[in-house]
Design a protein around this ligand. Sequence first.
Ligand code: KG4
Ligand code: ZN
Length: 358
Amino acid sequence: MSVRVLGIESSCDETGVALVQTRCGQIPDLLGQALYSQIQLHQAYGGVVPELASRDHIRRVLPLTQQVLQDTQLQLQDIDVLAFTRGPGLAGALLVGAGVACGLAAALGKPVLGVHHLEGHLLSPFLSADPPEFPFVALLVSGGHTQLMRVQGVGRYELLGETVDDAAGEAFDKSAKLLGLDYPGGAALSVLAEQGDPKAFKLPRPLLHSGDLDFSFAGLKTAVLTQVQKAGNEQPMPTAAGQETFRCNLAASTQAAIVEVLVKKSLMALDQTGLKRLVVAGGVGANRVLREQLQHNCAARGIRVHYPELHLCTDNGAMIALAAAMRIEAGVESTQADYNFEVKPRWPLQTFAKDAST
Ligand code: KG4
Ligand code: ZN
């Protein structure tokens, strides 16, 4: 019997709503999705303002839900399960998705399911044209997380290593800010880097030779700041003409440092686990140089690399609806029919399976 799941994502600065349908024993179908990014709203402040984020989620979530239903020509009554991002993320923002999902579920008399945001990212490549098979190593690289996981199946995640300070996306964003780029600067930094020399500046590769699978990126922004100061520039750098070569070279060198560490540690994780599949998920997974270098190194070792479709790399509702549908299909979590909800702003993925059943 197939189940239609409406998923709502509201953990940070994107409101996403999507509808998926399970297909007995196969990967669920994405029926429709709608997304609203708040990036412009937060740009003036140089980062996400939690209160503004919550208020904007409130404005967007129902119109987006209506849009998905209209696009799929379905009615609210056609939804079997309401899923929402329970955490991790901004408390107020999470409460909007949780409240709406539980409110709709109560009104419709349907069950709800709280989903782990990182599980959404981790499973999102199953919606791509080249879906992975279990087991695999997952490199989760987002604005808030950098983790390597061994994934045996739905709900079976083992943490292999993670950042001890800043996330990879944070390192991209903080360096981008110093280069005068708007928040979140990861994608813009990678565009600037296209014209630069990745060897122009010698930047640190923290923990590259630590022998474990942990990361540390906090020192990188300091090294970038030092280069900006050494060259006598204002911080953040003005984007006016005259410093283009410097900015492009520093962007390329920063990207090279982050990518080298991510690639090296991913290969180590594959070696240690003996697994032959790598899944790369989260916003930084959209980075072209990271993709090229992983492809190059993994192909040489007979390892397949899987990614979400580019538009599903950053936060979206499809990955939340998908994760819920895959959990239901795998029988790892029964949905709840009471509508008391709580959100988990801090929620390690490796304890998720345990927490979810309590
Ligand atoms: O997964 P995501 O949408 O949000 C979180 O859950 O954090 O990831 C957002 C992060 C931001 O730090 C953004 O700058 C980064 O992904 N990002 C990129 C690229 N596109 C997005 N970083 C490097 N290169 C890109 N092309
Ligand atoms: Zn995310």
